[in-house]
Ligand binder design. Sequence first.
Ligand SMILES: NC(=O)c1ccc[n+]([C@@H]2O[C@H](COP(=O)([O-])OP(=O)(O)OC[C@H]3O[C@@H](n4cnc5c(N)ncnc54)[C@H](OP(=O)(O)O)[C@@H]3O)[C@@H](O)[C@H]2O)c1
Length: 255
Amino acid sequence: MMRVSFIGSGNVATQLALAFYAMDSINIVQIISRTQNNARKLGKQVHASYTNQIQDLNPETDLILVAVNDDALFKVAKSLPILDAGQIICHCAGSVQSTIFKDKSHNFGCFYPLQTISKSRDIEWDQVPVLITSNNPFVDKTLVRLAQCLSNHVQSVNDEQRMALHVAAVFSCNFSNAMYQIGARICEDNQVPFTYLHPLIKETAQKILNLHPREAQTGPAIRNDTWIINKHTKWLKDQTHRDIYYTLSAFIQNQ
Ligand SMILES: NC(=O)c1ccc[n+]([C@@H]2O[C@H](COP(=O)([O-])OP(=O)(O)OC[C@H]3O[C@@H](n4cnc5c(N)ncnc54)[C@H](OP(=O)(O)O)[C@@H]3O)[C@@H](O)[C@H]2O)c1
């Protein structure tokens, strides 16, 4: 039975803790979070003890998963006690080096689920790539085995490869979502339903599962319809929307 504790009780900690809680081979020992109420809420959900004091970390833990916002990671690393020789600590961040815990443990790494994760949405864990970084074979074996309990797509990577995937994910997910935000705003401003775009958005995402994104591109820019591009940019009232339209059109045309 692997004994796992979490630092953090946000989106990732909650979804991972709930998934591990459902497994017979894992015992969730403790939830530590900045806000006592949030630690208590998740602790009760997974029948674990809870605290808002990192110094009170339960030593009867094999693995500590630190799932706090990236800016807080260094502060958490600083306040951690020195861990026992057999204990493993890892974070869940795409672009933070795995060595941040090196002064507190001999066994450290990263357990990075490559998915957009919210507390309020169920995760199909078996489909989620989980990327493992570790400082020694013991950590690698333990984290890979743990990840394989969740996912059919587990891969060991180094810090550089993980960050490359994170940056690609920011473009593919966060920036695409920002484009939906602009689309929704334009629809609202012109009293037309954004829901009319839902089938288009679905098809755009599904198409690149079989085609390279370069081959999947359509629209005025790839067709070099300069007259339409100019018409659209003149029509747009928001200067930021206009700048994004121009920059992305130029990018598409230069591919
Ligand atoms: N969400 C995603 O899509 C996603 C995907 C892959 C990886 N990640 C990575 O997973 C990590 C967590 O992301 P998230 O989305 O779960 O963040 P989140 O929902 O914003 O949650 C952050 C958590 O950090 C806790 N926290 C902040 N400062 C703390 C401190 N000093 N001590 C203890 N706890 C502290 C907060 O505690 P309180 O709530 O108690 O205040 C909160 O529970 C990040 O490294 C992120 O890069 C996120």
